[in-house]
Design a binder for this molecule. Structure first.
Ligand SMILES: C[S@@+](CC[C@H](N)C(=O)[O-])C[C@H]1O[C@@H](n2cnc3c(N)ncnc32)[C@H](O)[C@@H]1O
Length: 213
């Protein structure tokens, strides 16, 4: 969902960095072969992730929700030469697709895939992170924050995707809508937690930047 008028959105995209050829190919192949291709970050948000990562120049990145690997490659563009990106996805069927593109990207040796439920994998990761991208199941967002906050380096950044949830965060919530309920809780938590400084950006479906103090 775009929160700005289509014409203005086109102008924004046309005046931003272009999507690299390999990511265009990944994008196309995801739409041809994989279920729910709209989950992929896409060209504009991908460039936003890339430039944020380049500004931070992280040694260690954690991504929760790999899908077909699009955002992982965007984030890896900012990695330090000896840095590593750990990315987690519960869907084992995506592993080979991800690996093919990670190797083609030139970051293959720096990207480590973890297959399984992120809530059980994160506690076993022993490094500290400079950049975390949360983009998996929405009901677990508050849990992911609790699991990563003590694994962040000071000055590290947590990016959270889909925090506006197609605008549902300002509508009346259905009693069985656990994703919107969790995001409402999560957005308040990020805004109020004294360990971080947070700005919610209305980019695509909502992207929050939280800097760890
Ligand atoms: C929105 S997609 C990620 C898109 C990807 N970050 C990108 O921008 O290209 C969400 C992914 O989270 C994964 N996922 C859902 N629940 C999960 C869980 N509990 N642990 C790990 N991954 C999970 C799904 O399998 C799916 O591939």
């Amino acid at each position: 969902m775009h929160f700005i008028p289509e014409k203005l959105d086109t102008y924004v995209v046309n005046h931003s960095q272009k999507e690299p050829e390999l990511l265009q190919q990944l994008n196309r192949e995801t739409y041809q072969k994989i279920l729910q291709p709209r989950m992929l970050s896409g060209a504009y948000q991908g460039r936003v992730l890339s430039i944020i990562s380049k500004l931070i120049n992280p040694k260690n990145i954690l991504e929760i929700g790999t899908y077909t690997g699009y955002s992982a490659i965007c984030l890896a563009e900012g990695l330090q030469k000896n840095g590593a990106l750990h990315t987690i996805d519960i869907n084992e069927e995506l592993e080979d697709f991800q690996r093919k593109y990670f190797n083609l990207s030139g970051y293959g040796e720096q990207i480590h895939q973890h297959i399984g439920d992120a809530t059980t994998i994160i506690p076993n990761l022993n490094q500290k992170f400079d950049l975390v991208f949360i983009d998996a199941d929405k009901p677990n967002y508050p849990t992911y924050f609790d699991l990563i906050i003590n694994k962040m380096n000071s000055g590290g950044v947590i990016l959270s995707d889909n925090v506006l949830w197609s605008g549902k965060v300002i509508e009346e919530v259905d009693t069985d809508d656990i994703s919107t309920k969790a995001l409402l809780k999560y957005n308040t938590l990020l805004a109020e937690d004294p360990r971080i400084e947070t700005v919610l950006l209305p980019i695509r479906d909502g992207l929050t930047i939280s800097r760890v103090i």
